[in-house]
Ligand binder design. Structure first.
Ligand code: SF4
Length: 252
């Protein structure tokens, strides 16, 4: 699934196509409905102080294929990207209120929301990839937790996932690739049970701590997980635009 549709390019093209140039916000809510913002270092204090709670965040983990809003293409991210979640089954930022067309955290809205002006995307383009906030910034001080997250990152990395998925040829999943991906699904799932039960943490922060569950993100690679049979199923060709990345990995 391609997240983060607060697409600068799309907004820019709308701006270019518009006959009337504007220089103020009409509060149309378009940008908030295209996805929540990613957080940057300057947003750290908002999270640490509880103005933005961890349960409203999720992580796109290093190595994950993402849509780069500025370059307008799918790429793999080389750092964590911490983002504000969307409302269920939509791309609308969780803090956007349709009734009032208001932001629920307007006074504490993150940097990207402050920079994004649909009539002038220069500011957001300049800062879009700079000084992104990472999971480490937020949890490194909690004993044991960062180590657990690092262990998960290593065992369930997107590089490992992409390598295993890259072995799927002509719609056929080899036994080795299936074993490897199923092992990642099991480990990921066990941590998602273990962390709340041992620490009392809210389950809603798991997508911040560990990213989205492996059984969900494998859709990116054209496969799905059949929970009843504990098997993988080939569903489609993966995004053609990330196949280059697999080729690179295979050649490493
Ligand atoms: S945080 Fe507020 S301003 Fe930013 S996208 Fe969400 S609703 Fe819009």
């Amino acid at each position: 699934m391609i997240e983060n549709r607060m697409t600068v390019n799309r907004i820019k093209s709308r701006q270019q196509n518009s006959a009337t140039k504007r220089n103020d916000c009409l509060r149309c809510g378009t940008c908030c409905q295209k996805g929540g913002p990613a957080l940057h270092s300057v947003d750290l204090e908002k999270v640490e102080s509880g103005q933005i709670l961890l349960k409203y965040l999720f992580t796109m983990r290093a190595g994950e294929p993402i849509f780069d809003n500025v370059r307008g293409m799918i790429e793999t991210t080389d750092t964590d990207i911490i983002k504000i979640k969307a409302k269920a089954r939509s791309s609308v930022c969780i803090f956007y209120d349709f009734t009032s067309s208001n932001c629920g955290i307007y006074d504490n809205r993150p940097l990207e929301c402050r920079l994004l002006k649909c009539w002038d995307t220069g500011a957001i383009e300049a800062d879009y990839n700079r000084q992104r906030l990472s999971r480490k910034d937020l949890i490194v001080g909690i004993p044991g937790l960062w180590e657990l997250v690092m262990d998960h990152q290593e065992r369930c990395s997107f590089t490992r996932l992409a390598k295993a998925a890259g072995a799927i040829k002509n719609g056929k999943i080899s036994a080795h690739a299936e074993d490897e991906i199923l092992e990642m699904i099991r480990f990921d799932d066990s941590l998602r049970t273990l962390i709340p039960s041992k620490s009392g943490m809210d389950k809603e922060i798991l997508e911040f701590l560990l990213g989205r569950p492996i059984f969900q993100v494998i859709h990116i690679f054209g496969i799905s997980y059949d929970t009843d049979n504990n098997r993988l199923k080939y569903i489609s060709r993966p995004w053609a635009s990330i196949s280059w990345h697999w080729d690179q990995i295979e050649n490493q």
